[in-house]
Structure formats: structure tokens, C-alpha cells
Design a protein around this ligand. Structure first.
Ligand code: SAM
Length: 277
């Protein structure tokens, strides 16, 4: 397992939501504007941030299936969504939420996308979505995934795929070496074979096109400053831990790199929207 903590996902949620590319969000919204109801499958859902980040782009009646292989995160998703909604009722495993004018039915599915993609995706839905997920995946998985989404005739929308741009302020002489080592760590297997890491957006674009989709992309960088100090600190310690594991930066340089107080961080992401041609 990749082992994402609910604390980390909570810490990044506000930055994730404000960073989404507004042109692609509008394209998604326009796509379903005439519909009264939409069904959505969110893969690698974590604690449900993607639902909270996009429910207001979709029609009033929504039926979501949240998919993750981590039972603890699925339980956190249930708890967080109940706290977020204006009104909640439950029937069996399902939640029925109201938030503003939206009525949102939510089911949870524990499934490993790498081991059984068909089971994880389940019955066709109108929209398959993901957030902060595809840089973990391999290009081979993306190929299978794109074909599976095409077979289900679904629209596809994913946000916040890391695209290799990292900048830290103030500058440190080891920045380039740390970023290069971090990218090597990103390519290690996260359960799908060699991960695409910083090349994920272009690999995903190609796989979707080959599966017959028309694909649009947009930037969605995290641009962080002093108001995001805890998130910047966590990014800094996460980079330092990954680099210490993969090697390539001497210990003394890495120590001073990790010790300086950051005043700004930019992390490049790409959002992707795809509809069948
Ligand atoms: C970076 S987190 C993003 C979570 C959430 N989408 C968000 O935006 O906060 C990646 C998520 O993918 C899930 N994941 C990773 N590999 C998976 C797999 N093989 N099958 C199902 N879920 C997986 C993790 O458990 C985690 O919840």
C-alpha cells in the first residue's frame, strides 16, 4: 500500500480545491448542465476530498461511488462527508447527503485498482474521476484504465496530477539535486509497476487519445506562501524523507536543505478532461 494518512489528505484539501483549473471545471460543468442526475465513480478517493471539491459543478441529483483499497480511508471519507453535509441519512452502507441544493447519494467500494480494475470501476457511470492519483500509476495501467473507461462510455475528469514542476523559496544550492532525487523516488513502484511520476500527465493524455477520447488539459499548480506554512513544512519533510531513501544527495546538504524555513513553494499539477470523440 502507498499508505496515505488522512491527516496529510486533510492538510492539502484547501490548497487542492483552490488550485483546480477553472477552464476545465467549467467544461465539466457544461457537459452535464442539461442533466438532472449524474452518476460518478471516484477512484483513489481517500477521504472524499474530490467529491467535496466538485459537487457544485454537477447537477442537483448525484450518485457517487467512492473507491479506494484502504479501508481506514474509506471510513474517514464516511465520517468527513457526514460532517461536511448540511443533512445526512444512512441506509445500509449508503449515505444520503444534502449540501446546498445538491442531493448526493454515496456508496463506498473497497477495491484494488491495480489487481482488479473491472471490479473497482464496477457498472458504467456517467463520469469517472480522480484527484491526486495518476502520478502513482504506471503508463501500462493508464492504458488499461483508458480502455476500461472508453468501454463504459464515461466522461473522464482528473485533477492535480503532478507534472514535474517544483520550486522552493528561498533558493537552496541543493534544490536541483533534491528535486531530481525526488523524481527518481516518484518513479518507484506504488503498486501499479514503475510509476509515471512527473511524466504522468503526458502519458495519461496519450493513453486517453489512443482509447478514442478528445482530451483537454489545464494547469492547476499549488502556489503556496506563508499562509500555507504547515503544508509547506510537510512537503519539505516529505521530500527529505523520500530523498534520504532513494539517495543521490549527500547527508549534510540534505540536512541543511530540510532545515531552512520555506517562504514559498510551487508544485506543478495538470488537470485532464476527456470525452469520447
Ligand atoms: C494522494 S491520495 C489522493 C486521495 C484523494 N483523491 C484526494 O484528493 O485527497 C491517493 C489515493 O489513492 C489510493 N490508492 C493508491 N493505490 C490504490 C490502488 N491500487 N487501489 C485503490 N486505491 C489506491 C490511496 O489509498 C489514496 O487514497
Amino acid at each position: 500500500m502507498t499508505g496515505f494518512s488522512s491527516a496529510w489528505l486533510k492538510l492539502r484539501e484547501a490548497a487542492d480545491h483552490r488550485s483546480r483549473n477553472s477552464d476545465l471545471a467549467e467544461a465539466l460543468s457544461a457537459r452535464f448542465q442539461q442533466r438532472e442526475k449524474v452518476s460518478v465513480t471516484d477512484i483513489g478517493c481517500g477521504t472524499g476530498s474530490n467529491l467535496r471539491g466538485m459537487y457544485d459543478l454537477l447537477p442537483e441529483a448525484q450518485v457517487w461511488t467512492l473507491v479506494d483499497y484502504d479501508a481506514g480511508l474509506l471510513q474517514s471519507a464516511r465520517t468527513e462527508l457526514c460532517a461536511w453535509a448540511d443533512k445526512v441519512s444512512e441506509a445500509g452502507d449508503k449515505l444520503f447527503l444534502e449540501r446546498g441544493r445538491r442531493r448526493i447519494e454515496v456508496a463506498f467500494r473497497q477495491a484494488d485498482l491495480a489487481a482488479d480494475l473491472d471490479h473497482a470501476l464496477g457498472n458504467p457511470s456517467d463520469l469517472v474521476t480522480a484527484a491526486a492519483f495518476f502520478d502513482l500509476a504506471s503508463e501500462a495501467f493508464m492504458g488499461r484504465f483508458a480502455q476500461a473507461v472508453a468501454k463504459r462510455r464515461a466522461v473522464f475528469y482528473t485533477v492535480l496530477t503532478y507534472n514535474g514542476i517544483s520550486r522552493f523559496e528561498p533558493h537552496h544550492p541543493a534544490d536541483n539535486a533534491v528535486i531530481a532525487a525526488f523524481h527518481r523516488h516518484q518513479l518507484t513502484d506504488k503498486g501499479f509497476g514503475v510509476a509515471a511520476g512527473p511524466t504522468a500527465p503526458s502519458a495519461l493524455f496519450d493513453c486517453l487519445q489512443m482509447a478514442g477520447f478528445s482530451v483537454q488539459e489545464g494547469d492547476s499548480p499549488w502556489v503556496l506562501g506563508p499562509a500555507d506554512q504547515m503544508l509547506m513544512d510537510e512537503i519539505q519533510s516529505g521530500h527529505a524523507a523520500a530523498v534520504a531513501e532513494i539517495g543521490g544527495v549527500d547527508a549534510a546538504s540534505l540536512k541543511t536543505w530540510a532545515a531552512r524555513k520555506l517562504t514559498g513553494v510551487t508544485v506543478g499539477h495538470t488537470d485532464t478532461f476527456a470525452v469520447a470523440c
